[in-house]
Design a protein around this ligand. Sequence first.
Ligand code: NDP
Length: 316
Amino acid sequence: MNSTVEHIKCLIIGSGPAGYTAAIYAARADMQPVMYQGLQPGGQLTTTNEVENFPGYANGISGPAMMVELEEQAKRFDTDVRTGFINKVDFSGDIHKCWADDGKEIHAETVIISTGASAKYIGLESEQKYLQLGGGVSACAVCDGFFYRGQDVVIVGAGDSACEEAHYLSKLCKKVTMLVRKDDFRASKIMAQRVRKTENIEILFNTETLEVLGDGQVVTGAKVINSATKEEKVISCTGFFVAIGHKPNTDVFKDFIYLDEVGYIKYEEPGTSKTNVAGVFVAGDAADKTYRQAVTAAGTGCMAALDAERYLAAKH
Ligand code: NDP
């Protein structure tokens, strides 16, 4: 037998709030979970500044600090947390085979997929700079909009998410400027209509961002160009929101797990964490294009661990 094969009860793939919550529950149920943290240990919250809407933190907590606490909590119950990622799976049998980049072949009775989704960004250097600094670039209006109360913000995007987030921001901010790169929305009529009707949202069509401007610490504006007239201008703002879609991190599972057209994992049974493969469960944003919150991810992480525990109990 290959000496690198490891036999375990529960493998958790991904280390956002969904993964860690699954780990806490699975470890306390004596499933001795092994977690591979993935390419971005801590997940999307590590790019969030302050988390003020996770219940239990009366004074808020920074995203990275919260992830450290979650990791410590998972380790307190002996979760085996490993850096590295799973780069191949075979879910065709009763035992689920997974291969990690550290050379290990893992045979798991249950697998909890909590690989999350990655927000897409425009890709400008200046955008990435202020994102890393936590200085005013955000891909989540619900998470960060509160910090821009009474201020002017910009949001990029033209889909349902951008419309929903622009509308959300319009209730908090003085003015929202929406940058749409084509001459029309991609969003559904009703969502676009709601944005058009909101007084403090200005929509600039045919408009692309050239640069996110700042003082070296925080965002102060956006330099944009009208692609039809080639006219450039600067919009002052303190927040630069990007809502151009998410990509679920599910490519590695696509040969075995049912995904929707965008790549989100489909639930086999609504109201559970079950996928189409018995013994493989999903938690968090890898299956959620609607809520995408830390607290909802944590909730589904709990569900996945309980479903995995019940699956094992029924099997043995
Ligand atoms: P979408 O993929 O639907 O839209 C992405 C938008 O971003 C498009 O308008 C696209 O522009 C724009 N975009 C992409 N790249 C860039 C770029 N580099 N610069 C500027 N703009 C860019 O993503 P969403 O997150 O909006 O929605 C995902 C799915 O979730 C959809 O099916 C949507 O209907 C659904 N959803 C539903 C909601 C609801 O019903 N309440 C709420 C939120 C999402 P272009 O049009 O030019 O390609």
